[in-house]
Ligand binder design. Structure first.
Ligand code: NAD
Length: 475
């Protein structure tokens, strides 16, 4: 198969590159129309090729993420490369079963008949990724798109340029661009992509850019999935196992230096156990990252100066209990606990996306629930308690994309749980079978028997209405 170079956009050659985007899209449309991607054997073989590609580039990918923002190797494997490999294994194992048309129940009115739902690919998908998990959040949707039989253009984030380049190289070496292509570049490139007509758009990023994507998609009536962000609370009730809660919150918050869409954004703790919990979290911070986390090989850095400055300014909100140290040269912000914070502080007005955990308190659980309900629906919610009634109360009265009871972040690891947001935190969900379904149009087909053709529905209707009424009542 012919290969073309990855498209790199620069403002001076926009016109040429725009033409190249259009040419790749045209090639993908032509390739899709050949019907090759509809074949199960083709899809499996290409997914296996992706498996080989990732295997070959594993170290290079992890090194690239370290270069981009000091992502520790253990995290680069467990949350990026290994995570994607697990998804691929699951998809390859189940793809035949998922691809089969699903028989559904019949309506007696159509007797005799058989009804099926077929999973059809949409065509050419556009997948736009963020920088914080620059490999996983681009590749996992791509696996879903390929599994369902789509062609795809992937657009990695420009804020992690080293990883972007390795992904582009990997895809270029293993796939023809008439099937899968990478387009590298920044905002302008994304805007050029969004001007084109795609059959599906899968976007992961901020709520603000999600709105831009959805507006552009509306122009062509292209269906979209938006995986966005928000302020995800970790709520701790006084009956919780505080040691475990502290350890699991500290892990989920400071993983990737807090630059995780489903990291606990803020802590809502019952007043009676606040002091004990904060001491325990502080203790775990030093257990995990030593007294000086700057020296720890396991703590990432802030992705760029803009985010470093934004996060540093939050340290003026409230009172630093632990951490609070910064180093602009290395874009280091220590794992920080921030006490005495109110909803009026700037840190509570936007998604934090960094290693600063503000602490708010409540007296009764109702108050905590109302604080969450009074704001935009979060992408994740974590509740720590050993009381089943309290767990049921929180689950019933709060709306959020997904979450955990007595843990943080881990729901993303179960591929059988659809992953996505709600309201301002997104729409649509994926992972495992949900990804396959997301990138498939559910085509409903009725096969009507030919050996019987009752005259009831055909004009002239005469006086058949009473009989029809009786039939409908009986059904
Ligand atoms: P972002 O929205 O700034 O960028 C995402 C992508 O959009 C990038 O590829 C970028 O090039 C493009 N983009 C940026 N501005 C644009 C514009 N004006 N027009 C068109 N395209 C534009 O997000 P980010 O900073 O890369 O990632 C952080 C955000 O992503 C956070 O809000 C986080 O919560 C969210 N996120 C969500 C998930 C999830 O699964 N729900 C996962 C990771 C990150």
């Amino acid at each position: 198969m012919p290969r073309i170079n990855t498209i790199r956009m620069t403002p001076t050659i926009v016109e040429t590159d725009l033409q190249r985007i259009q040419s790749v899209l045209k090639k993908q449309r032509e390739f899709f129309s050949t019907g090759h991607t509809l074949e199960l054997a083709f899809r499996k073989e290409r997914l296996q090729e992706l498996q080989r590609a990732i295997g070959q580039h594993e170290q290079e990918l992890m090194d690239a993420m370290y270069t981009d923002f000091h992502k520790p190797e253990m995290e680069a494997y467990s949350t990026e490369v290994g995570f994607v490999e697990l998804e691929l294994k699951l998809v390859l194992k189940n793809l035949r079963k998922w691809s089969e048309p699903k028989r559904v129940k019949e309506s007696l009115i159509n007797f005799p008949s058989r009804s099926y739902v077929h999973s059809d690919p949409y065509g050419v998908a556009l997948i736009i990724g963020p920088w914080n998990y620059p490999f996983q959040l681009l590749l996992n949707p791509l696996i879903g798109a390929m599994a369902a039989g789509n062609c795809a253009i992937v657009k990695p984030s420009e804020l992690t340029p080293t990883t972007s380049a390795v992904v582009a190289k990997m895809i270029r070496q293993h796939f023809d661009d008439s099937y899968i292509a990478t387009v590298e570049g920044g905002v302008q490139t994304t805007q050029h992509l969004l001007q084109q007509r795609f059959d599906y758009i899968f976007f992961t990023g901020s709520t603000q850019v999600g709105k831009i994507v959805m507006k552009a998609a509306a122009e062509h009536l292209t269906p979209v999935t938006l995986e966005l962000g928000g302020k995800s609370p970790a709520i701790v009730a006084e009956d919780a196992d505080l040691g475990l809660a502290a350890r699991r919150i500290a892990w989920g918050k400071f993983l990737n230096a807090g630059q995780t869409c489903i990291a606990p954004d803020y802590l809502l703790v019952q007043e009676s156990v606040k002091e004990e919990l904060l001491q325990l979290i502080s203790q775990y911070i030093s257990d995990f990252y030593s007294e000086d986390p700057r020296q720890s090989p396991d703590f990432a850095r802030i992705v760029n100066d803009r985010h470093f400055n934004r996060l540093s300014s939050f340290l003026r909100d409230g009172m630093v209990r632990t951490g609070g140290i910064t180093d602009a040269a290395s874009r280091y912000i220590a794992p920080t606990l921030l006490d005495k914070v109110t909803w009026q502080h700037p840190i509570m007005q936007e998604e934090i996306f960094g290693p600063i955990l503000p602490v708010l308190t409540f007296q009764q659980l109702d108050e905590a629930i109302n604080q969450v309900r009074g704001r935009e629906k979060p992408l994740a919610l974590y509740f720590f308690s050993n009381d089943d009634r309290k767990k049921a109360q929180v689950l019933k009265y709060t709306s959020f994309g997904g979450g955990c009871i007595n843990d943080t972040v881990s729901h993303i690891i179960n591929p059988h749980l659809p992953f996505g947001g709600v309201g301002q935190s997104g729409m649509g969900s994926y992972h495992g079978q949900s990804s396959f379904e997301l990138f498939s149009q559910q085509k409903s087909v009725l096969h009507r028997g030919t050996w019987l053709d009752l005259p009831l529905r055909y004009p002239p209707y005469g006086n058949r209405l009473p009989m029809l009424r009786k039939l409908f009542k009986w059904l």
